[in-house]
Design a protein around this ligand. Structure first.
Ligand SMILES: Cc1cc2nc3c(=O)[nH]c(=O)nc-3n(C[C@H](O)[C@H](O)[C@H](O)COP(=O)(O)OP(=O)(O)OC[C@H]3O[C@@H](n4cnc5c(N)ncnc54)[C@H](O)[C@@H]3O)c2cc1C
Length: 198
């Protein structure tokens, strides 16, 4: 089946449609940043300073509900969408010109369960955030070498670092994930639950 055409100009039109823009803003707990906002230039920057993408809408999510709202908003309007974790992808894949960015970089909570030796990490956390919390319990996750890299993007592509030779990739140590699909549905996935997704 042929993929539907992406109407990247629609996102720009929404900037001039106050009612639609307000509806998106009100559906989010986190801030919605658009061109002209004081925070825009800072928020659209990624690690690679050569990247100069100008998204029309940046949804700075604070939780799953915000992610679902942003994904549904983009899908129902056929907008170009990108997902931002730590923003370290050198090609700038976290951003998209004229589309909607689901920006997870404010979601940085990390919670260690020292008894089960498991750490729960939100998708905007950096490797430094994870190390900071796990080290307090004398624990570590095999992650990458650079502290500011995002744990989500690193895990999705494998994750290699100092501990890999002894303990495997970050991905090898993944126990479970929360997923919001392109349909805007939330699922938990692990080897026991939704194993195909996992
Ligand atoms: C200076 C530097 C050092 C690095 N060192 C290492 C290293 O030591 N070991 C190693 O393995 N890798 C390393 N990398 C590579 C890095 O791990 C990858 O570029 C990784 O994808 C970055 O993840 P991020 O979340 O920071 O980036 P982002 O740019 O935010 O995301 C990367 C990609 O993953 C997608 N993505 C991110 N989060 C989600 C999510 N929650 N859901 C769906 N898609 C998502 C984004 O859309 C994008 O396509 C390094 C990169 C840099 C620039």
């Amino acid at each position: 089946m042929e993929a539907p055409a992406v109407q990247t100009d629609t996102a720009r039109q929404i900037l001039f449609d106050r009612i639609t823009l307000d509806a998106l803003r009100q559906s989010l707990r986190g801030p919605l940043v658009t061109p002209g906002d004081p925070a825009y230039e800072e928020v659209r920057r990624v690690w690679n300073g050569l990247i100069d993408e100008r998204p029309a809408l940046i949804a700075r999510c604070l939780g799953v509900a915000d992610v679902v709202a942003a994904v549904n908003f983009a899908r129902t309007r056929n907008l170009l969408l990108s997902v931002r974790g730590g923003g370290h992808n050198v090609a700038g894949k976290a951003l998209c010109d004229d589309g909607l960015v689901v920006d997870l970089s404010l979601m940085r909570a990390v919670r260690v369960d020292p008894v089960r030796r498991i750490v729960q990490v939100q998708a905007g956390a950096t490797l430094g955030d994870v190390d900071h919390e796990t080290q307090a319990f004398g624990l570590a996750v095999p992650v990458g070498l650079v502290t500011a890299t995002g744990i989500a993007g690193l895990t999705l592509h494998g994750g290699m670092g100092w501990l890999t030779r002894q303990y495997g990739l970050t991905l090898d140590n993944l126990v479970a994930v929360d997923i919001v699909t392109a349909e805007g549905h939330w699922h938990k996935a692990s080897e026991e639950e939704n194993a195909d997704l996992f």
